[in-house]
Design a protein around this ligand. Sequence first.
Ligand code: MF3
Ligand code: CO
Ligand code: CO
Length: 289
Amino acid sequence: MKKISRNDSCWCGSGRKYKSCHLAFDEKLDEYEERGYMIIPHDNIKNEAQIEGIRKSGVATTEILDIVASNIKVGMSTEEINTIVHEETLKRGGIPAPLGYMGFPKSTCTSRNNVVCHGIPCDKEVIQDGDIINVDVTTIINGYHADASRMFMIGNVSPEAKKIVEVTKEALDRAFMALAPYGDLNEVGRTIDPFVQSHGYSVVRALCGHGIGTEFHEEPQVDHYSSPNKGYLLIPGMTFTIEPMINEGVFDVDILEDKWTVMTKDRKLSAQWEYTVLITETGAEILAK
Ligand code: MF3
Ligand code: CO
Ligand code: CO
């Protein structure tokens, strides 16, 4: 990349000279880089208009999950969940991002009991009393993406199932609370991993959170397990998901014949919750939940 001169117009598109716009900001990032942090590319840091776009998509995503929450029940097929998500997305002027994404055949993912993620809705799969099920909704509005998922506990769930659902939610909330501008993205894994291990659970390593915005999956990769290394620097304007997948038994997974469904290797339970978050000047904000 050609190095920008002090009197050039700034890369951010403000029209101001670089020296009176983002020069000091870039120098600050260079210092962090020297200290060992990874820095995401500039065009991955969202401007106000992009943040507004993602925020709007996030509001729709949250509303759609609220509607799933008030309708999901025993005897319903996962295909019916898919129909709700599809129709509610269109009503809000959105496109369900999963539909056709790398060949995914449906508008949402429904992942029941020992399914870790990417379960494909199906009219033959009927929700049973005692199930725990994740519904994952990703909405595109005006090209902006937001991604969130929740667990639903159906009827009389066992104490064991209830516990993994609640511990996973708390792990996500703790990771969100650990976010701070100019902090380390790897704090996410360093917060989640010991907490869930203290409950005897394991963190899935094969799948991760991700940057999101103009694309479904962008830089950075967001690991949910502990790393001793410095990771990406958290910069105001970064938008990404945190979506820990927590297993009752081993963290290993299988991918089924359909090429999508991810299942626990030992067929024990798994739970997941997902937020889309924004790093701000003072902390972090949840854009979709
Ligand atoms: N929503 C999932 C995520 O959290 C991705 C699903 S990809 C799909 O990243 F193709 F299965 F939809
Ligand atoms: Co995601
Ligand atoms: Co998702």
